[in-house]
Every structure is written in C-alpha cells, then in structure tokens.
Design a protein around this ligand. Sequence first.
Ligand code: ASP
Ligand code: MG
Length: 366
Amino acid sequence: MKIYKFGGSSVKDATAIKRVSNIILSQDRCGVVVVSATKNTTNELETIAKSSSLSEENLTSKLISTLFDRHREIARDLELDIELSIFELETELRAISSSMKGDGEVSPSKMDSLYSFGERLSSLILSRYLQRVSTKNVILKDVREVLITNDHWNLAAPLIGETSSAIEKWGSLTENDLVITQGFIGSTTSGQTTTLGREGSDFSATLLGEVLHASEVTIWTDVAGVATCDPRIIDTAKFIENLSYKHAASLAHFGAKVLFERTLEPAIRKKFPVLVRSTLSPSEVGTSIHELPLESGPVGIALENNILTVVGEKLLSEDVDFPFNCLKSYEIERQTDEFISLKFSNEDTGNAVEVLHAWVLKSLHS
Ligand code: ASP
Ligand code: MG
C-alpha cells in the first residue's frame, strides 16, 4: 500500500483538485491520501485567531466568511453538494473564535483547534469529489482518531506507541479502500486537537506510513524533487534522482525548503522510501529518498539566512577539494566531514552560491 501526500497549492482550487484526483486514480496501490489545507488557509486561520483574541468581532466575522466562501466556491466548481458539512464546520469554528474573545493573546491550544479547520475542509472536498469519480470505496477519516501526540501545542511530538495502537480503529484496509485524511493535525491522548508544526503535513504522511506499514510514501508538491540547491535561488539546480535518508535529512535541517525537517524519521525507522514528485509534471520521476551507499563528495547546498551549508560525505578528506580559495570573505560556522556551513555578507551570498553550486555539479559529474 502506498501513501500520497498533497500540499496546499496542489489543492488550491477546483482545477488543482481535479489534477490531484487524476494522479490518485492513476495509481491502483494508493490506499491513503494525506492532504494539507488549501493554499494560504493556515495563514488566514492565524489571522482569524489574532483578531478573535483582540475582540475585533466585525473583522473576524468577515475573515471567517471569506475563508468559508472560498471553499464553497471550490465545492460549487466541482459540483459537490456539501453545504451542510461546510456549514457545520463554519458553526464550530465560529464558536471557538467566540471563545477566544477577550483573550488578548492567542492561546496556543485554541490555535491548534482553529488550525484543524483548514485540513478538515480540504479533506472533505477532496474526499467528496473522489467519491464521485473513483470506483474505489473512498472514506474520509479524521486523523485525530489515530495520530496521537503530546500536548506541546503548535509543535506537538508524535507518540508512536499510542499511534500504533490507535490505528487499529481504522480496521484493516482492503485494496479497494481509499482513505482520505488530514495532514498537520493530531490529538492528545485525552482527545484535544494538536498540530505538528507549520508545514508538518509531510511528517503526518510518513508517520501514517510507519504505523500502516506502507511500502512507500510520495510527497506530491510543486517542485519535481529535491535539487542540488533551491531552483528558485539558482536556475542551474539539478533534481537529484536518488538521495540517501541521511543527506536528505541534513539538507532539510540546514534549510532546504522542500521537506519538513522530521519527515524522514519514520521512514528511517521502517526503511520505506520517500518520493518527492511534482503534481504539475507527474511524468517526471522526482527524487527517491532511501538507503544508499554514501560516496565521498558534496551532494547539495542549503541556504538559510546567509548561511550556506554544503552537505555531503568526507568533505574534509584529502580527495575532496573544497573550493575555499575561490570564495571571498566568509566565516566558518561549522565544518565536519558531513557538512560545511559558511556565513556570508548579504552582498557576497549570491556569488558564493554560484561558486559552490558549480563545484557541487562538477563533483557530481566527475
Ligand atoms: N497547512 C499547514 C501549514 O500551512 C501544514 C502543511 O501544509 O504542511 O503549515
Ligand atoms: Mg510543504
């Protein structure tokens, strides 16, 4: 059984939802789909929480209407008759928002309850659309029944033992079942809603992969894989077809935006591959992250706040010729055999990316 995870831009409107549905329908072995909130919804929920706590009632009400109307429009474009379910969610959200009135500051636990509506809405819409177009038995499941976490609000840690037992509630899934569920959210052992941290839906997908014994998890996003550097920073960046767990985890740790940092932990424990592919170009192979022999040399670059980190293997050994002498002024943040982090001034960062990235590409091809 395979798990697919789709991010917010992949479900942002009716066209995107149709595109995603075609991808799901073209793969028989996909048994579980994990979905993020539609693009920007999570940010809007943060704004709603702030204005609720500041008792700005008119503004809050308008923001809530805008958010729900956008989802109603998607439902209408897909010709779905789900107004009753949307109305129920809206009523529930308005009640939580009212309970925040006068709090002054946003309560982290109430924030988590509010956050949940983004993923609950997107999963509702996707599941109802798939029920119409798929021949499979499409079931919408609330992930909070099974993904159990501690109560570190807004950045909860999963409790694997509890989650492994709770997953029994979903029974055994047959080849004909297709479960649609939410990323990002979970619940404490006492049933309070939690979230895994912003962008945490990738992690939800691999956690479900772990407890459901998935054969692989695919993170469908809007870039065709993990690249040698963020393609938005440098256009010569190349997608990496096969990447080790270790190097992918380090790139994510040092600021490569493509995966949530903890995503690979469940995959490493259970040794299933994690694929990163693009919904916009599904014919491209993307990146497969799995266990690989580690060869010496650089693999890729991550950039965060003018700190550029080259990730690789045996970077300080004699046969790896790190191009320190081609760089202008820099400070060494840290250097080990597995990563070298250098800090540059604003003006020097662009050039440093070019020089180091060219070196990475050259090393990969030699
Ligand atoms: N919807 C959440 C966010 O925007 C989680 C995710 O998309 O991964 O942070
Ligand atoms: Mg993401």
